[in-house]
Design a binder for this molecule. Structure first.
Ligand SMILES: Nc1ncnc2c1ncn2[C@@H]1O[C@H](COP(=O)(O)OP(=O)(O)O)[C@@H](O)[C@H]1O
Ligand SMILES: N[C@@H](CC(=O)OP(=O)(O)O)C(=O)O
Length: 471
Protein backbone atom coordinates (compact mmCIF):
# COMPACT_ATOMS: atom_id res chain seq x y z
CA UNK A 1 0.00 0.00 0.00
CA UNK A 2 1.21 3.55 -0.66
CA UNK A 3 0.47 7.05 0.53
CA UNK A 4 0.33 9.44 -2.42
CA UNK A 5 0.75 13.12 -1.58
CA UNK A 6 0.00 15.72 -4.23
CA UNK A 7 1.35 19.22 -3.61
CA UNK A 8 -0.43 22.48 -4.41
CA UNK A 9 1.05 22.68 -7.90
CA UNK A 10 -0.22 19.16 -8.68
CA UNK A 11 -3.83 20.01 -7.79
CA UNK A 12 -3.86 23.73 -8.66
CA UNK A 13 -6.03 23.56 -11.80
CA UNK A 14 -8.72 21.27 -13.26
CA UNK A 15 -6.12 19.93 -15.71
CA UNK A 16 -3.65 19.21 -12.89
CA UNK A 17 -6.38 17.49 -10.84
CA UNK A 18 -7.32 15.30 -13.82
CA UNK A 19 -3.68 14.35 -14.23
CA UNK A 20 -3.36 13.56 -10.49
CA UNK A 21 -6.46 11.37 -10.68
CA UNK A 22 -4.98 9.44 -13.59
CA UNK A 23 -1.82 8.87 -11.51
CA UNK A 24 -3.96 7.60 -8.62
CA UNK A 25 -5.78 5.29 -11.09
CA UNK A 26 -2.47 3.71 -12.09
CA UNK A 27 -1.63 3.06 -8.44
CA UNK A 28 -5.08 1.58 -7.84
CA UNK A 29 -4.19 -1.18 -10.32
CA UNK A 30 -1.58 -2.33 -7.78
CA UNK A 31 -3.09 -1.50 -4.37
CA UNK A 32 -5.61 0.88 -2.84
CA UNK A 33 -3.81 4.13 -1.96
CA UNK A 34 -4.32 6.80 0.67
CA UNK A 35 -4.32 10.16 -1.16
CA UNK A 36 -3.14 13.22 0.79
CA UNK A 37 -3.67 16.62 -0.82
CA UNK A 38 -2.39 20.13 -0.24
CA UNK A 39 -4.46 23.20 -0.96
CA UNK A 40 -4.51 24.36 -4.60
CA UNK A 41 -1.36 26.40 -5.19
CA UNK A 42 -1.59 29.98 -3.94
CA UNK A 43 -4.66 29.36 -1.77
CA UNK A 44 -2.88 28.97 1.59
CA UNK A 45 -1.03 32.24 0.95
CA UNK A 46 -4.36 33.90 0.22
CA UNK A 47 -5.84 32.48 3.44
CA UNK A 48 -2.89 33.90 5.40
CA UNK A 49 -3.68 37.33 3.89
CA UNK A 50 -7.34 36.92 4.76
CA UNK A 51 -6.39 36.07 8.35
CA UNK A 52 -4.11 39.11 8.62
CA UNK A 53 -6.69 41.42 7.07
CA UNK A 54 -9.37 40.16 9.48
CA UNK A 55 -7.02 40.65 12.43
CA UNK A 56 -6.53 44.32 11.56
CA UNK A 57 -10.26 44.76 10.91
CA UNK A 58 -9.80 45.31 7.17
CA UNK A 59 -13.16 43.64 6.66
CA UNK A 60 -13.69 44.66 3.01
CA UNK A 61 -10.26 43.40 2.00
CA UNK A 62 -10.75 40.07 3.81
CA UNK A 63 -14.22 39.55 2.33
CA UNK A 64 -13.01 40.39 -1.19
CA UNK A 65 -10.20 37.83 -0.89
CA UNK A 66 -12.62 35.24 0.50
CA UNK A 67 -14.81 35.92 -2.54
CA UNK A 68 -11.82 35.11 -4.76
CA UNK A 69 -11.24 31.84 -2.89
CA UNK A 70 -14.92 30.93 -3.30
CA UNK A 71 -15.01 31.69 -7.05
CA UNK A 72 -11.71 29.92 -7.65
CA UNK A 73 -13.15 26.67 -6.27
CA UNK A 74 -16.54 27.11 -7.94
CA UNK A 75 -14.75 27.58 -11.30
CA UNK A 76 -12.55 24.57 -10.56
CA UNK A 77 -15.51 22.29 -9.94
CA UNK A 78 -17.33 23.73 -12.93
CA UNK A 79 -14.43 22.78 -15.19
CA UNK A 80 -13.83 19.43 -13.58
CA UNK A 81 -17.24 17.94 -12.89
CA UNK A 82 -19.52 17.00 -15.82
CA UNK A 83 -22.73 15.73 -14.15
CA UNK A 84 -25.30 18.45 -13.49
CA UNK A 85 -26.55 16.95 -10.23
CA UNK A 86 -23.10 16.30 -8.81
CA UNK A 87 -22.06 19.80 -9.85
CA UNK A 88 -24.99 21.31 -7.93
CA UNK A 89 -24.34 19.11 -4.90
CA UNK A 90 -20.67 20.05 -4.86
CA UNK A 91 -21.43 23.76 -5.35
CA UNK A 92 -23.49 23.61 -2.15
CA UNK A 93 -20.52 22.10 -0.27
CA UNK A 94 -18.18 24.80 -1.61
CA UNK A 95 -20.68 27.51 -0.63
CA UNK A 96 -20.92 26.01 2.87
CA UNK A 97 -17.14 26.08 3.30
CA UNK A 98 -16.99 29.63 1.91
CA UNK A 99 -19.75 30.76 4.31
CA UNK A 100 -17.84 29.27 7.25
CA UNK A 101 -14.76 31.18 6.11
CA UNK A 102 -16.77 34.42 5.97
CA UNK A 103 -18.21 33.75 9.40
CA UNK A 104 -14.70 33.35 10.76
CA UNK A 105 -13.64 36.63 9.14
CA UNK A 106 -16.56 38.44 10.76
CA UNK A 107 -15.86 36.83 14.15
CA UNK A 108 -12.20 37.86 14.15
CA UNK A 109 -13.13 41.31 12.85
CA UNK A 110 -15.56 41.83 15.74
CA UNK A 111 -13.06 40.65 18.35
CA UNK A 112 -10.36 42.70 16.62
CA UNK A 113 -7.66 40.17 17.43
CA UNK A 114 -6.13 37.34 15.43
CA UNK A 115 -4.91 34.51 17.65
CA UNK A 116 -2.68 31.66 16.45
CA UNK A 117 -5.68 29.42 16.96
CA UNK A 118 -7.87 31.41 14.60
CA UNK A 119 -5.00 31.70 12.10
CA UNK A 120 -4.86 27.89 11.90
CA UNK A 121 -8.60 27.79 11.40
CA UNK A 122 -8.26 30.18 8.42
CA UNK A 123 -5.36 28.20 6.92
CA UNK A 124 -7.22 24.89 7.14
CA UNK A 125 -9.79 25.87 4.51
CA UNK A 126 -7.46 25.37 1.53
CA UNK A 127 -7.06 21.64 2.05
CA UNK A 128 -10.78 21.24 2.87
CA UNK A 129 -11.71 22.87 -0.45
CA UNK A 130 -9.18 20.96 -2.58
CA UNK A 131 -10.01 17.51 -1.16
CA UNK A 132 -13.75 18.11 -1.45
CA UNK A 133 -13.47 18.84 -5.18
CA UNK A 134 -10.91 16.07 -5.82
CA UNK A 135 -12.91 13.33 -4.06
CA UNK A 136 -16.05 14.27 -6.00
CA UNK A 137 -14.17 14.21 -9.31
CA UNK A 138 -12.78 10.78 -8.47
CA UNK A 139 -16.24 9.44 -7.70
CA UNK A 140 -17.63 10.85 -10.94
CA UNK A 141 -14.90 9.01 -12.84
CA UNK A 142 -16.03 5.77 -11.26
CA UNK A 143 -13.38 5.36 -8.56
CA UNK A 144 -14.34 3.86 -5.23
CA UNK A 145 -13.20 6.95 -3.33
CA UNK A 146 -14.12 8.34 0.06
CA UNK A 147 -13.41 11.80 1.54
CA UNK A 148 -12.10 11.69 5.10
CA UNK A 149 -11.64 14.67 7.40
CA UNK A 150 -8.05 14.15 8.56
CA UNK A 151 -8.89 15.97 11.80
CA UNK A 152 -10.55 12.77 12.98
CA UNK A 153 -7.17 10.99 12.96
CA UNK A 154 -4.39 13.62 12.95
CA UNK A 155 -4.68 14.50 16.63
CA UNK A 156 -2.07 17.02 17.71
CA UNK A 157 -0.88 19.13 20.63
CA UNK A 158 -2.14 22.70 20.84
CA UNK A 159 1.00 24.35 19.49
CA UNK A 160 -1.03 26.25 16.88
CA UNK A 161 0.90 26.99 13.68
CA UNK A 162 3.42 24.24 14.37
CA UNK A 163 1.40 21.44 15.97
CA UNK A 164 2.91 18.01 16.53
CA UNK A 165 0.93 14.74 16.46
CA UNK A 166 0.11 12.68 19.53
CA UNK A 167 1.55 9.51 18.05
CA UNK A 168 -0.31 6.87 20.01
CA UNK A 169 -3.71 8.52 19.69
CA UNK A 170 -3.17 9.01 15.95
CA UNK A 171 -1.99 5.47 15.36
CA UNK A 172 -5.03 4.08 17.13
CA UNK A 173 -7.39 6.34 15.16
CA UNK A 174 -5.74 5.54 11.80
CA UNK A 175 -6.07 1.82 12.58
CA UNK A 176 -9.70 2.23 13.54
CA UNK A 177 -10.95 4.80 11.01
CA UNK A 178 -8.76 4.66 7.90
CA UNK A 179 -7.37 1.15 7.67
CA UNK A 180 -10.79 -0.53 7.36
CA UNK A 181 -11.72 1.78 4.48
CA UNK A 182 -8.53 0.92 2.58
CA UNK A 183 -8.96 -2.77 3.35
CA UNK A 184 -12.49 -2.49 2.04
CA UNK A 185 -11.11 -1.30 -1.31
CA UNK A 186 -11.89 2.42 -0.91
CA UNK A 187 -9.30 4.98 -2.02
CA UNK A 188 -9.16 7.47 0.84
CA UNK A 189 -8.82 11.17 -0.05
CA UNK A 190 -7.74 13.36 2.84
CA UNK A 191 -6.00 16.61 3.78
CA UNK A 192 -2.35 17.24 4.42
CA UNK A 193 -1.11 20.04 6.68
CA UNK A 194 -4.06 20.19 9.09
CA UNK A 195 -5.00 18.39 12.28
CA UNK A 196 -7.02 18.81 15.42
CA UNK A 197 -6.42 18.96 19.16
CA UNK A 198 -8.11 16.32 21.28
CA UNK A 199 -10.87 18.78 22.11
CA UNK A 200 -11.57 19.48 18.43
CA UNK A 201 -9.64 22.73 17.74
CA UNK A 202 -8.19 22.87 14.23
CA UNK A 203 -4.37 22.99 14.08
CA UNK A 204 -1.73 23.11 11.33
CA UNK A 205 1.65 21.38 11.17
CA UNK A 206 3.54 24.40 9.76
CA UNK A 207 3.80 25.71 6.21
CA UNK A 208 4.64 22.99 3.70
CA UNK A 209 3.41 20.44 6.26
CA UNK A 210 1.51 18.17 3.85
CA UNK A 211 4.66 16.16 3.17
CA UNK A 212 4.92 15.59 6.91
CA UNK A 213 1.25 14.50 7.06
CA UNK A 214 1.87 11.98 4.27
CA UNK A 215 4.94 10.54 5.97
CA UNK A 216 3.14 10.27 9.30
CA UNK A 217 0.10 8.57 7.81
CA UNK A 218 2.34 6.22 5.82
CA UNK A 219 4.27 5.26 8.93
CA UNK A 220 1.11 4.64 10.97
CA UNK A 221 -0.25 2.45 8.18
CA UNK A 222 3.10 0.61 7.84
CA UNK A 223 3.00 1.39 4.13
CA UNK A 224 5.54 0.16 1.58
CA UNK A 225 6.16 3.59 0.12
CA UNK A 226 5.46 7.29 0.52
CA UNK A 227 5.06 9.10 -2.78
CA UNK A 228 5.47 12.88 -2.88
CA UNK A 229 4.09 14.13 -6.22
CA UNK A 230 5.29 17.60 -7.18
CA UNK A 231 6.06 19.71 -10.27
CA UNK A 232 9.71 18.71 -10.81
CA UNK A 233 11.53 15.42 -11.45
CA UNK A 234 12.21 14.66 -7.80
CA UNK A 235 14.94 16.18 -5.69
CA UNK A 236 17.32 17.96 -8.02
CA UNK A 237 20.95 18.97 -7.93
CA UNK A 238 19.75 22.54 -7.32
CA UNK A 239 16.51 24.51 -7.48
CA UNK A 240 15.75 24.36 -11.23
CA UNK A 241 14.38 27.89 -11.05
CA UNK A 242 17.88 29.08 -10.18
CA UNK A 243 19.92 26.63 -12.26
CA UNK A 244 18.16 25.65 -15.50
CA UNK A 245 20.63 22.76 -16.04
CA UNK A 246 19.73 21.17 -12.66
CA UNK A 247 19.60 17.39 -12.87
CA UNK A 248 17.38 14.93 -11.12
CA UNK A 249 19.00 12.89 -8.31
CA UNK A 250 18.07 9.25 -8.75
CA UNK A 251 18.76 8.04 -5.19
CA UNK A 252 19.81 9.66 -1.95
CA UNK A 253 20.04 8.84 1.73
CA UNK A 254 17.53 9.99 4.33
CA UNK A 255 20.20 12.14 5.99
CA UNK A 256 21.11 13.89 2.74
CA UNK A 257 17.46 14.61 2.05
CA UNK A 258 16.83 15.88 5.58
CA UNK A 259 19.92 18.11 5.42
CA UNK A 260 18.85 19.52 2.03
CA UNK A 261 15.37 20.25 3.29
CA UNK A 262 16.70 22.10 6.36
CA UNK A 263 19.20 23.99 4.23
CA UNK A 264 16.54 25.43 1.96
CA UNK A 265 15.58 23.00 -0.84
CA UNK A 266 11.87 23.72 -0.89
CA UNK A 267 10.91 20.47 -2.57
CA UNK A 268 10.53 18.61 0.76
CA UNK A 269 9.36 19.64 4.21
CA UNK A 270 12.26 19.11 6.65
CA UNK A 271 10.25 16.91 9.02
CA UNK A 272 9.00 14.61 6.27
CA UNK A 273 11.86 12.28 6.56
CA UNK A 274 11.71 11.46 10.28
CA UNK A 275 8.65 9.16 10.34
CA UNK A 276 9.86 7.40 7.19
CA UNK A 277 13.35 6.86 8.62
CA UNK A 278 11.97 5.34 11.81
CA UNK A 279 10.13 2.67 9.84
CA UNK A 280 12.58 2.49 6.95
CA UNK A 281 9.88 3.32 4.41
CA UNK A 282 11.30 4.66 1.13
CA UNK A 283 10.12 8.12 0.06
CA UNK A 284 9.65 8.64 -3.69
CA UNK A 285 9.66 12.22 -4.98
CA UNK A 286 7.91 12.19 -8.36
CA UNK A 287 6.79 14.58 -11.07
CA UNK A 288 3.04 14.72 -11.64
CA UNK A 289 3.69 16.42 -15.03
CA UNK A 290 5.90 13.50 -16.11
CA UNK A 291 4.63 10.49 -14.14
CA UNK A 292 6.92 8.08 -16.01
CA UNK A 293 10.10 9.94 -15.07
CA UNK A 294 12.05 8.09 -12.39
CA UNK A 295 12.18 10.91 -9.84
CA UNK A 296 14.13 10.41 -6.62
CA UNK A 297 14.14 7.51 -4.17
CA UNK A 298 15.11 8.46 -0.64
CA UNK A 299 16.16 5.40 1.31
CA UNK A 300 18.58 4.13 3.93
CA UNK A 301 20.35 1.96 1.41
CA UNK A 302 20.91 3.86 -1.85
CA UNK A 303 23.98 1.81 -2.71
CA UNK A 304 21.94 -1.36 -2.98
CA UNK A 305 19.48 0.35 -5.31
CA UNK A 306 22.02 1.94 -7.62
CA UNK A 307 25.04 -0.36 -7.31
CA UNK A 308 27.19 2.78 -7.24
CA UNK A 309 29.58 4.07 -4.61
CA UNK A 310 28.40 7.05 -2.64
CA UNK A 311 31.48 8.01 -0.66
CA UNK A 312 32.07 11.73 -0.79
CA UNK A 313 29.80 12.45 -3.71
CA UNK A 314 28.36 15.96 -3.91
CA UNK A 315 24.62 15.46 -4.38
CA UNK A 316 23.02 18.83 -4.34
CA UNK A 317 23.31 22.54 -3.68
CA UNK A 318 20.75 24.27 -1.46
CA UNK A 319 20.15 28.00 -1.13
CA UNK A 320 18.48 30.04 1.59
CA UNK A 321 17.83 33.63 0.64
CA UNK A 322 16.91 36.47 3.02
CA UNK A 323 19.52 35.75 5.69
CA UNK A 324 21.70 38.08 7.74
CA UNK A 325 25.14 37.70 9.32
CA UNK A 326 25.59 38.76 12.93
CA UNK A 327 29.23 39.21 14.01
CA UNK A 328 29.88 39.38 17.76
CA UNK A 329 33.38 40.41 18.76
CA UNK A 330 34.53 40.38 22.36
CA UNK A 331 37.78 40.17 24.28
CA UNK A 332 35.80 38.41 27.00
CA UNK A 333 35.81 35.32 24.76
CA UNK A 334 39.56 34.97 24.98
CA UNK A 335 40.47 32.00 27.21
CA UNK A 336 37.13 32.14 28.99
CA UNK A 337 34.50 29.43 29.13
CA UNK A 338 30.80 30.11 29.27
CA UNK A 339 30.75 32.84 26.58
CA UNK A 340 29.09 30.64 23.94
CA UNK A 341 26.53 29.60 26.49
CA UNK A 342 25.63 33.25 27.16
CA UNK A 343 25.53 33.97 23.44
CA UNK A 344 23.19 31.12 22.56
CA UNK A 345 21.06 31.88 25.57
CA UNK A 346 20.25 35.25 23.96
CA UNK A 347 19.09 33.54 20.73
CA UNK A 348 17.08 31.02 22.75
CA UNK A 349 15.38 33.79 24.75
CA UNK A 350 14.30 35.53 21.54
CA UNK A 351 13.28 32.25 19.88
CA UNK A 352 15.65 32.82 16.96
CA UNK A 353 17.30 29.81 15.37
CA UNK A 354 20.89 30.11 14.25
CA UNK A 355 21.59 28.63 10.82
CA UNK A 356 25.38 28.77 10.32
CA UNK A 357 28.19 29.52 12.71
CA UNK A 358 31.93 30.22 12.44
CA UNK A 359 34.16 31.12 15.39
CA UNK A 360 37.62 32.45 16.15
CA UNK A 361 39.33 33.20 19.48
CA UNK A 362 37.70 36.64 19.72
CA UNK A 363 34.69 36.63 17.44
CA UNK A 364 31.66 34.61 16.43
CA UNK A 365 29.79 34.96 13.14
CA UNK A 366 26.31 33.53 12.85
CA UNK A 367 23.56 33.65 10.29
CA UNK A 368 19.86 33.99 11.08
CA UNK A 369 16.78 34.52 8.95
CA UNK A 370 16.41 38.26 8.28
CA UNK A 371 12.74 38.02 9.32
CA UNK A 372 13.80 37.00 12.86
CA UNK A 373 16.05 40.02 13.24
CA UNK A 374 14.96 42.57 15.85
CA UNK A 375 16.45 45.58 17.62
CA UNK A 376 15.76 43.87 20.97
CA UNK A 377 17.85 40.84 19.90
CA UNK A 378 20.73 43.09 18.85
CA UNK A 379 20.42 45.08 22.09
CA UNK A 380 20.80 41.88 24.11
CA UNK A 381 23.81 40.78 22.00
CA UNK A 382 25.49 44.16 22.50
CA UNK A 383 25.69 43.37 26.20
CA UNK A 384 28.17 40.63 25.22
CA UNK A 385 30.43 42.53 22.81
CA UNK A 386 30.67 44.62 19.65
CA UNK A 387 28.02 43.62 17.17
CA UNK A 388 27.81 44.28 13.47
CA UNK A 389 25.22 43.10 11.03
CA UNK A 390 25.18 42.34 7.31
CA UNK A 391 21.71 42.15 5.83
CA UNK A 392 20.79 40.81 2.38
CA UNK A 393 22.93 37.68 2.26
CA UNK A 394 22.18 34.09 1.25
CA UNK A 395 23.51 30.80 2.52
CA UNK A 396 24.64 28.24 -0.04
CA UNK A 397 25.22 24.65 1.11
CA UNK A 398 26.89 21.85 -0.78
CA UNK A 399 25.42 18.56 0.43
CA UNK A 400 26.55 14.94 0.15
CA UNK A 401 27.27 12.03 2.51
CA UNK A 402 30.81 11.90 3.92
CA UNK A 403 31.86 15.11 2.19
CA UNK A 404 34.38 15.90 4.88
CA UNK A 405 36.26 12.68 4.23
CA UNK A 406 36.53 13.14 0.51
CA UNK A 407 39.69 14.44 -1.06
CA UNK A 408 39.53 17.28 -3.52
CA UNK A 409 35.97 18.41 -2.85
CA UNK A 410 37.02 21.54 -0.89
CA UNK A 411 39.52 22.47 -3.61
CA UNK A 412 36.89 22.16 -6.32
CA UNK A 413 34.42 24.23 -4.28
CA UNK A 414 36.90 27.06 -3.75
CA UNK A 415 38.11 27.09 -7.32
CA UNK A 416 34.49 27.28 -8.53
CA UNK A 417 33.94 30.22 -6.19
CA UNK A 418 37.20 32.04 -6.80
CA UNK A 419 35.49 35.13 -8.22
CA UNK A 420 32.79 35.29 -5.57
CA UNK A 421 33.08 37.35 -2.40
CA UNK A 422 32.54 34.76 0.37
CA UNK A 423 31.28 36.50 3.50
CA UNK A 424 31.47 33.41 5.72
CA UNK A 425 32.37 29.70 5.49
CA UNK A 426 31.13 26.88 7.72
CA UNK A 427 31.33 23.12 7.74
CA UNK A 428 28.21 21.35 9.05
CA UNK A 429 28.75 19.10 12.05
CA UNK A 430 27.04 16.24 10.27
CA UNK A 431 29.89 15.85 7.75
CA UNK A 432 27.41 16.11 4.96
CA UNK A 433 27.41 19.79 4.19
CA UNK A 434 29.80 22.64 3.57
CA UNK A 435 28.20 26.08 3.72
CA UNK A 436 29.02 29.61 2.59
CA UNK A 437 27.43 32.97 2.84
CA UNK A 438 27.41 35.32 -0.14
CA UNK A 439 25.80 38.67 -0.85
CA UNK A 440 22.42 38.25 -2.53
CA UNK A 441 23.43 39.68 -5.96
CA UNK A 442 26.17 37.03 -6.21
CA UNK A 443 23.99 34.00 -5.44
CA UNK A 444 23.06 33.04 -8.98
CA UNK A 445 26.66 33.25 -10.22
CA UNK A 446 27.98 31.32 -7.22
CA UNK A 447 25.41 28.55 -7.50
CA UNK A 448 25.76 28.16 -11.26
CA UNK A 449 29.59 28.03 -10.97
CA UNK A 450 29.33 25.33 -8.30
CA UNK A 451 26.78 23.44 -10.33
CA UNK A 452 28.96 23.49 -13.44
CA UNK A 453 31.89 22.19 -11.39
CA UNK A 454 30.07 19.24 -9.86
CA UNK A 455 27.25 18.31 -12.20
CA UNK A 456 27.96 19.30 -15.78
CA UNK A 457 28.73 16.69 -18.44
CA UNK A 458 28.28 12.96 -17.98
CA UNK A 459 29.54 12.88 -14.35
CA UNK A 460 27.99 10.04 -12.37
CA UNK A 461 25.32 9.14 -14.93
CA UNK A 462 22.94 6.78 -13.22
CA UNK A 463 22.80 8.88 -10.08
CA UNK A 464 22.02 12.16 -11.82
CA UNK A 465 19.61 12.31 -14.72
CA UNK A 466 18.46 14.98 -17.14
CA UNK A 467 14.88 15.88 -16.18
CA UNK A 468 12.13 14.45 -18.41
CA UNK A 469 10.85 17.90 -19.38
CA UNK A 470 14.19 18.98 -20.87
CA UNK A 471 15.22 15.83 -22.73
N1 LIG B 1 16.80 20.79 -4.84
C1 LIG B 1 15.58 20.96 -5.34
N2 LIG B 1 15.03 19.97 -6.08
C2 LIG B 1 13.78 20.10 -6.60
N3 LIG B 1 13.02 21.19 -6.44
C3 LIG B 1 13.51 22.21 -5.71
C4 LIG B 1 14.81 22.14 -5.12
N4 LIG B 1 15.02 23.29 -4.44
C5 LIG B 1 13.92 24.03 -4.58
N5 LIG B 1 13.00 23.40 -5.35
C6 LIG B 1 11.69 23.95 -5.74
O1 LIG B 1 10.67 23.27 -5.04
C7 LIG B 1 9.50 23.32 -5.86
C8 LIG B 1 8.54 22.23 -5.37
O2 LIG B 1 8.11 22.54 -4.07
P1 LIG B 1 6.65 23.12 -3.81
O3 LIG B 1 6.42 24.34 -4.68
O4 LIG B 1 6.44 23.25 -2.35
O5 LIG B 1 5.82 21.94 -4.43
P2 LIG B 1 4.43 21.33 -4.02
O6 LIG B 1 3.39 22.36 -4.33
O7 LIG B 1 4.34 20.13 -4.91
O8 LIG B 1 4.50 20.96 -2.57
C9 LIG B 1 10.01 23.09 -7.25
O9 LIG B 1 9.15 23.65 -8.23
C10 LIG B 1 11.39 23.76 -7.23
O10 LIG B 1 11.37 25.03 -7.84
N1 LIG C 1 -1.01 24.20 1.79
C1 LIG C 1 0.03 24.21 2.80
C2 LIG C 1 0.64 22.87 3.00
C3 LIG C 1 1.56 22.33 1.93
O1 LIG C 1 2.31 21.42 2.23
O2 LIG C 1 1.52 22.85 0.70
P1 LIG C 1 2.47 22.36 -0.56
O3 LIG C 1 2.49 20.87 -0.56
O4 LIG C 1 1.84 22.93 -1.80
O5 LIG C 1 3.87 22.93 -0.32
C4 LIG C 1 1.05 25.30 2.52
O6 LIG C 1 0.95 25.98 1.50
O7 LIG C 1 1.91 25.52 3.35
Amino acid sequence: MAVMKFGGTSVGTAKAMRQAISIVAREEQKAVPLVVLSACSGITNKLVHIADASGRSALDEAMALAGEVRSFHLNLLDELIKGVELKAELAIKIEELASRLELLIKGVDIVGELTERSRDMFCSFGELFSTTVFAAAMKELGHKAVWVDVRTVMITDDNFGFARPLQEVCEERVGRLIKPLLEGGMTVVTQGYIGSTQDGRTTTLGRGGSDFSAALLGSWLNDDAIQIWTDVDGVMTCDPRMVPEARSIRVMTFSEAAELAYLGAKVLHPDTIAPAVQKNIPVYVLNSLHPDAKGTIITNDPQRLSGMSYEGLVKSIAVKKGQCIINVRSNRMFGRHGFMNELFDVFARYGVSVEMIATSEVSVSLTVDDKCFSDELIGALKALGDVDIEHGVSTISVVGDNLRMSRGVAGRIFSALKDVNLRMISQGASEINVGFVVEEPEVVTAVNNLHREFFSGPQNEGIFETPAGSR
